[in-house]
Design a protein around this ligand. Sequence first.
Ligand SMILES: Cc1cc2nc3c(=O)[nH]c(=O)nc-3n(C[C@H](O)[C@H](O)[C@H](O)COP(=O)(O)OP(=O)(O)OC[C@H]3O[C@@H](n4cnc5c(N)ncnc54)[C@H](O)[C@@H]3O)c2cc1C
Length: 412
Amino acid sequence: MKKNILIVGTGITGLSAGLNLIRNGLNVTLIDRVDVGNENQTSYGNAGLLAASSIIPLSSPGLLRNLPFYLLSKSSPLFLKYSYLPKLLPWAIPFFRNSSKSNFNYIIKNLHQLTYDTVEQHLALSKSTEASKFINKGKISMIFRDQSEILKSKSDLEIRKKYKFNFKKLNDQEFTKKYSYLSNNYKSGIEFYDHGWISSPQKYLQVLKKEFIKLGGIFKKDEVTSISDKAVTLKDGKIISANKIIVCSGIWSKRLLKTINHKVNIEAERGFHIVLKKVNFLPPNPLMIINKKIAITPMEDTLRFAGIVDFSGVDAPTNKSRYDYIRSLIKNIIPSLSWKEEGFWMGQRPSTSDSLPVLGRSQSLENVYFAFGGQHVGLTIGPKLGKLVSDLILNKKININLEPYLQRRFNN
Ligand SMILES: Cc1cc2nc3c(=O)[nH]c(=O)nc-3n(C[C@H](O)[C@H](O)[C@H](O)COP(=O)(O)OP(=O)(O)OC[C@H]3O[C@@H](n4cnc5c(N)ncnc54)[C@H](O)[C@@H]3O)c2cc1C
């Protein structure tokens, strides 16, 4: 008899797991409290980057040195609600500890094996569907104020070189020619080739869901309040049984893990976007503005400015001043840009204290699996997390070591 699989969460990770399993002939039900492509999903409003080379965690060795600037400067892209600090500390302390050289290198190695082939993973996920038309292969440009700012990133660039990413530092002439639309605030750049971006994360997810349904999958709109080894309980108390359960619930996974006494140290790194509509200009590929940690992505006929790290807790309401911050950057980056409409969004990056996702089977419940915690690169690695967790269920050979991602690392 075919196994019944229940997946909680239909962001990029849950959808990927669902599609892989149904393509392998299993019965799969996806449950989510919102529709696929709803703006409450973190997968909806991200910058869309398939950031293969984003393997350097925020907890880098220089972080403590730069922390006063990040916390005190008005122009910093980091925001902290000070009354939230006591709740943040149990996450922040191990997070800072992970900036030691050895932990830093360990994280990079284990992020790299999830990110490096992201474009291929997305192409495999979307194969024979209309979703593939939203995948753009190309370069991502890192934009710096000047050469001295590039020099400060020297060690990060060396790491990327070591991991064989294909990039080129532009000379002044090349930069001026290609990026003449940028303001004088930005004078240097590095282009990362063989990357990609999704030109509408929302439509991409919706087409993948359509394919899942076409192949016989079931989507149930409901909220799961608890899980057990072979069942989930819904908000109205109804119980749904399954042979296997996968938790792909993004930042909200922590609440579900609590119901089975499984610990995870994960925090909402809130991020925001402003999308500009009816713009007079679109850059040909995404830009990463390094000093502001803002990504600017051409998405169909709109331009999305996404970024900011805000620690205020998962349930805090949105904060208008964060949009003002992003809006204040736009003309400082592309002075000639004009637009007629704006859209706003806030989302929650699911970030563990060691910047690695939670992936694999529960150590005590044989039929419960986890795939969440993609932090800043959750769209990039979502298809791979989904593929790996489904391969576990399908008893397929897995050619990477899952140990660094197991939930049990949070037990002590
Ligand atoms: C501003 C910003 C920019 C970003 N840019 C990028 C980028 O360029 N590239 C990149 O790779 N990543 C980026 N990210 C990160 C990325 O968006 C996330 O890591 C990723 O979307 C997480 O996907 P997910 O499927 O794990 O979670 P989600 O998309 O959040 O999906 C989780 C789902 O679980 C459902 N759920 C939760 N609990 C329950 C429950 N109890 N019952 C029923 N349903 C439940 C939720 O409704 C939700 O639909 C960005 C994030 C932000 C905020």
